[in-house]
Design a protein around this ligand. Structure first.
Ligand code: ARG
Length: 399
């Protein structure tokens, strides 16, 4: 029986050429697996047919949108996950779920190896391979672009030689990865970090500078997740999709940053994640209302670590699982309504309401209903500040 390789297939030039390339280099048959994680664009059946036309013995398209939203985006929202305080982990979140289904397909088709189209310079190779190794340590991995010199030029020549039915002129000048949580745009003229992104590169967001009416939205959360938008019940996937549209129309969620990759390289990244950024903004503010101070302060450190772990490809790791148990515990009381104004590239919270609120009007107010005894504060400050005061006294004396 001929050996089999399962290939993570996107439908683009590189992975289309990779089908014949892998057959050529390994003598194996190739099973193409394409995952729908809400990237939109081409019909998944067109992608499936292309894989078969390019020489795959079998092709599978998997609709992973609900699972991606519920099992990957939802924990990221609860964690307010932003790598380097800015990047909502778009690609980092999709790699583990795709890996899970590559491993499943490998079992089903009795494949000995998994292939992917990543280069040797990025984070995605790490995320795929660490995830695959965690799920099935016996599977081998082959990355034609990285491991056998399948450069863009060679791929185009090879496609011609093999008469592959793909339009090699359709090459996009950027490297793009997108899913329902957002979109990443790299390379091309963006590699000069002085160059400003041009309007053309964006598809999830409209230009925030254009004049338009503001949009007011009411998001209802239950235990840290959105359940209603403007009173209409929504699934996690629907919440992201609706907010992608509404926040995207207001130019919200554009991010232009220089990022620290795991492999040690700094890279210029442009992202657009309107739904993710609007939901995180709303969720953070509801937490400000519902989380006790010490829990809230501690959670911020956990959030950062969670983001770094997931960014670094360690989704399937004991620490991520343990941190998720902590984060889940923190979400028990994160329920209520957030009103936001979406306008001119910003999602601004304008109101909060929660039956689990820790905000106490009677303590906060300067009006007559005040129940806070200000005389308590004097003694509190004496004792609280004692350690700093004693040290400062010593330092003055020893000068
Ligand atoms: N730098 C981002 C990350 O590591 C985006 C990667 C996008 N991938 C791509 N093939 N363009 O998560």
């Amino acid at each position: 029986m001929t050996k089999k390789v399962v290939l993570a297939y996107s439908g683009g030039l590189d992975t289309s050429v990779a089908i014949e390339w892998i057959k050529d280099k390994t003598g194996a048959e190739v099973v193409a697996v394409a995952a729908d994680v809400g990237q939109g664009g081409e019909d998944m059946n067109v992608i499936k047919q292309r894989a078969l036309d390019c020489g795959a013995v079998a092709a599978e398209v998997l609709d992973l949108r609900e699972e991606f939203a519920n099992e990957y985006c939802a924990p990221a929202l609860k964690a307010n996950a932003l790598y380097m305080d800015r990047y909502p982990l778009v690609s980092s979140l999709s790699r583990p779920i795709i890996s899970k289904y590559l491993v499943e397909a490998a079992k089903k088709h009795d494949a000995y190896m998994v292939g992917h189209g990543c280069t040797g310079k990025g984070n995605d190779q790490v995320r795929f391979e660490v995830s695959i190794a965690a799920l099935d340590p016996d599977l081998k991995v082959f990355a034609p672009v990285r491991d056998s010199g399948m450069t863009r030029d060679k791929a185009i020549i090879f496609a011609g030689e093999k008469n592959l039915p793909i339009d090699v002129n359709k090459k996009n000048p950027y490297s793009i990865d997108q899913n329902v949580w957002g979109r990443a745009i790299e390379t091309g003229f963006l590699e000069d970090i002085w160059n400003e992104p041009i309007e053309d590169i964006y598809t999830y967001t409209k230009n925030p500078a254009e004049k338009r009416e503001a949009d007011e939205v009411l998001i209802t959360f239950k235990k840290g997740l959105p359940t209603h938008i403007d009173g209409q019940a929504v699934s996690m996937l629907q919440a992201i999709e609706i907010m992608n549209k509404r926040a995207g129309d207001q130019g919200i969620g554009r991010i232009d940053m220089v990022e620290d990759r795991l492999v040690g390289i700094k890279s210029r990244e442009v992202y657009e994640a309107p739904g993710a950024m609007a939901l995180i903004t709303a969720h953070q503010e509801l937490e400000n209302v519902c989380l006790e101070r010490e829990l809230s302060r501690f959670k911020r450190g956990v959030e950062q670590r969670w983001g770094e772990l997931v960014y670094d490809g360690l989704w399937f790791s004991p620490l991520r699982k343990a941190l998720d148990v902590f984060i889940e515990e923190t979400q028990k009381h994160v329920s209520g309504d957030i009103r936001m104004r979406l306008h001119a590239g910003k999602a601004v919270v304008t109101g909060r309401k929660s039956t689990e609120s820790l905000y106490r009007y009677d303590l906060a107010t300067y009006d007559s209903e005040d129940t806070y005894d200000q005389s308590w504060a004097k003694g509190f400050i004496e004792i609280f500040g004692m350690t700093a005061k004693i040290a400062a006294d010593r330092d003055r004396k020893s000068k």
